[in-house]
Design a protein around this ligand. Structure first.
Ligand SMILES: Cc1cc2nc3c(=O)[nH]c(=O)nc-3n(C[C@H](O)[C@H](O)[C@H](O)COP(=O)(O)O)c2cc1C
Length: 332
């Protein structure tokens, strides 16, 4: 049975809240500046039947309260369908979502029958569902419940917890985000020191230098295959595609019309590319020989990329590429 389970009416505080003229939407947006993790709180619903015998709610209101005793809290909207189940539950579980569990978060944020059908879970203390693939889980005994305006604040004592080392999903300004370490945490070349020159902190230089250094290994492989860098750029731009026009090829290879035409002549003569004429338009394609020549080169390129991105976490690597794509889109 629940230890000390009580609901305190903080009437004065609630009155003060309702008397203010704060616009709820603006208030909500302002609160969104506080980045949080995302959890799915679960419990057994004694009133439910079949797969409805459990409740699960996406919640970002989870927070730590005390280390000794180990207490945590979350708050639930009084309009939630599952409110009564949580009010009565002796135990609940807080499933801290991992960065790749956005669809699970959305699933449990939608009020619906049978939320647990097709969901992978096992049962924890008090039969509260523990979802698979989370960053952490806290199994709690309900200790206190408080009035909190349009929410009920539920405080639980943590009885067991589990962590997986996976990085957590976050919510900030109304959007899902992934975390990455702030550069201040790392003793990397990011720390420029006092005698940093212009180029050390100049984007063009940093991008150009990374490009040159990354290309070094690949270039020696290209030369051993009898290709120069521009020929590779033309061929790689056709990789994974069923051909493209001259204009698209110039755009994707970032080469001028003159250079592309020059490289096309050589690559077509070598049987690596073909030009198909359809009325006014010309389609350039890799031949079977060209595809066979390109395939191992793209593998080398991908291996080099994986080595270079190894300095990042998976989330950082994803964000890094996204930032570069954003710059490309802005400056096009
Ligand atoms: C990122 C995110 C955070 C949320 N945080 C909370 C929360 O802390 N408390 C809450 O009651 N609802 C929260 N919600 C909304 C509930 O998940 C949603 O209303 C859900 O449908 C409630 O389920 P129920 O009606 O089946 O109980 C959140 C939703 C999202 C997407």
């Amino acid at each position: 049975m629940v230890g000390i389970k009580e609901r305190q009416k903080v009437t004065a505080m609630n009155q003060a809240l309702t008397e203010t003229t704060i616009d709820p939407m603006a208030f909500r947006n302002a609160l969104g500046n506080f980045a949080t993790g995302v959890t799915i709180v679960t419990a057994r619903d004694d009133a439910g039947e079949g797969s409805n015998q459990y409740v699960g709610t996406t919640a970002s209101s989870f927070n730590s309260v005390s280390l000794e005793p180990p207490l945590v809290l979350w708050s639930i909207d009084k309009r939630a369908r599952s409110l009564e189940a949580y009010e009565k539950a002796e135990f609940f579980a807080v499933n801290v979502l991992a960065a790749d569990q956005v669809s699970l978060s959305n699933h449990f944020a939608r009020p619906q029958e049978d939320k647990f059908s097709g969901i992978d879970y096992e049962l924890g203390l008090g039969d509260a569902p523990l979802l698979k693939g989370c960053a952490a889980q806290f199994e709690c005994e309900t200790k206190y419940q408080y009035e909190g305006g349009d929410h009920i604040i539920i405080v639980g004592e943590v009885k067991r917890f589990h962590t997986t080392g996976r990085s957590g999903l976050m919510f900030h300004r109304g959007k899902y985000v992934v975390s990455s370490f702030h550069p201040c945490n790392e003793q990397l070349p990011d720390d420029l020191g006092t005698d940093a020159g212009f180029v050390d902190d100049y984007l063009h230089y940093l991008v150009g230098r990374s490009f040159d250094q990354l290309m070094t290994k690949l270039t020696s492989v290209l030369h051993s295959q009898g290709l120069d860098e521009n020929e590779y750029r033309v061929m790689a731009s056709l990789g994974g595609k069923d051909g493209c026009s001259l204009k698209e090829l110039m755009h994707n290879s970032i080469l001028s019309e003159e250079v592309v035409n020059d490289k096309l002549r050589g690559l077509c003569a070598a049987g690596l590319l073909s030009r198909e004429h359809h009325g006014d338009t010309t389609r350039i394609k890799l031949t079977d020989t060209g595809r066979q020549k390109l395939e191992p080169l793209l593998k080398v390129a991908k291996t080099n990329e994986a080595e270079a991105l190894g300095v990042f976490t998976a989330d950082e690597a994803m964000m890094f590429k996204r930032y570069l794509r954003r710059i490309i889109a802005w400056t096009e």
